[in-house]
Ligand binder design. Sequence first.
Ligand code: NAD
Ligand code: TYD
Length: 337
Amino acid sequence: MKILVTGGAGFIGGNFCHFMVSKYPNYKIIALDALTYAGNLETLEPVMLKENFKFIKGDITDRRFIFELFELEKFDIVVNFAAESHVDRSIENPEIFIKTNILGTQVLMDASLNTNVNRFHQVSTDEVYGDLPLDDPALLFTENTPISTSSPYSASKASADLLVQAYFKTFKLPMSISRCSNNYGPYHFPEKLIPLMIKNALTNQTLPIYGKGDNVRDWLHVYDHCTAIDLIIHKGKVGEIYNIGGQNERTNLEVVNIILKELNKPQSLIKFVSDRKGHDLRYAIDASKIKSELGWKPIYDFDIGIKHTVKWYLENQKWVNNIISGEYIRFMEKHYS
Ligand code: NAD
Ligand code: TYD
């Protein structure tokens, strides 16, 4: 079995490569990544020399390159993680989100059809459903919640989902889609909430919280996301969408306070800053379909998972320091100024 993991040098794609390489010694796991600012080969160091793993640098929007690669490798399964993934960047510059997240997905699907790939799995997000109110905790996103996007990022992911569904109906592409809630864990790029707050707290920099910090996210440890995708690509039904989420809802302020407590740092580091434009209030996932149909069960409770994650960052500060490039610094200075 040969599996292509696009975006394999990113946060979730990298964790997925670690998971699959160790779980399936007889498979060949091939990571493809353009190594944008968010892609980092150091994330793949634990698997780089394994016999059942290979890394290829390349861009999913490069049609000729992708077609040649698919002809050469004859993948059985494609798991598409490659994307521009940061909402704040999509607000500042939507264009690359449209190119990578929509056109890149189309190129991969065309190449999959051309070489009869057995399963094309699109890694999507709960953000395609828009947001939920803060005052009705019983409301959750199901797979039937209508798409209603807020940011250029979520709009580009929703557009890709629609294209994937169209390729299923029109061209019989054997596809599946998963829509997961916010992930956290090792190798998370420090522009997203949790790793940014850990990094800033460790270096006694201010912790910028948008608005009042009462927005709610449903946190899932990245390991549990990997086990869910593993199940879907092996046992999930073709043509189906599966929600993935951990029932770990926390306000942003709660998350930041947990991190400060873990690191024994003062709350005075918190700074409330201008709210994000179009800021989604609450995400919360109903994952009963994947649980009942495929028997998926997350193993991490947030309070344990966040402790592990803070510990990982403490022990891997070299990884963080190495990825803070000139581009990273420029974005952070412009965005938070
Ligand atoms: P990430 O930004 O850490 O990684 C994305 C990877 O894609 C990077 O390594 C980058 O170099 C690569 N990439 C970007 N453009 C490319 C291109 N044109 N060709 C090849 N590679 C390219 O993102 P992540 O957090 O790991 O997210 C992975 C996927 O999961 C995304 O599709 C995202 O929408 C989805 N997702 C993320 C979350 C989350 O909480 N992070 C939740 C649900 C879904
Ligand atoms: P983020 O990690 O960007 O994920 P997403 O927007 O995809 O949910 O943000 C998570 C939450 O944290 C979101 O409500 C925005 C908020 N946030 C801050 O308050 N400050 C920050 O500096 C960042 C990056 C995010």
